[in-house]
Write a protein that binds this ligand. Sequence first.
Ligand code: SF4
Length: 216
Amino acid sequence: MAASPSSAASSAYAELAAALAARGIGFVYAPDRRAALEYLRVHIPADARVMNGGSHTLEEIGFLELLQHGGYQWLRPAIAATHEREERIRRRREATTADWLVGGANAVTQSGEIVNVDGSGNRLAGYAFGAGKVILVAGVNKVVPDLAAALERIRNRAAVQECRKLAKDTPCARTGRCDNDACRGAERQCGKILIIENEKIAGRITLLLVAEPLGF
Ligand code: SF4
């Protein structure tokens, strides 16, 4: 089981937990990826409508296998199953209102802002309001001092690796550095950015922080 935020192991993150609580965002500390996966298994009801945001972190902790075999109404396979553009968009829009949306976080500031970037923004729509419950899973490598560091991390580290992995022809993939002004068109991966600064619905968003480096 994931440890509680009050455990000794998570005391280093007590400040972050308090900052998130003040913003209406829950905080759960997992000492490792196994504990994180167990937290998700225990807290998401077996028959729930569940969507996952594309995330290397979720792949690394084994969440996709849990979705395949956990008995959930997992929405992503139906999206992947159609190649008809309009129907695919309709299913993606529908998935933004999943009962549970589990995704990654590109960066988390020490004062509790959660930053995510997306090409089309479908994940962000669910994180911002669409989904009933949102759990964002982040390795400790995602915690940064402030928003400037968050954007630096996203553009000059995460996007570089993502664009290279997807063989995108973007400035960051070519040079290792973002050139925002020169990056336009369909290849661009940073289409929309969401900064979660506050949540009004109690218990809706939880940050699940895993005490190991995960994802880009
Ligand atoms: S804006 Fe373009 S160049 Fe900059 S990080 Fe995003 S994809 Fe890369």
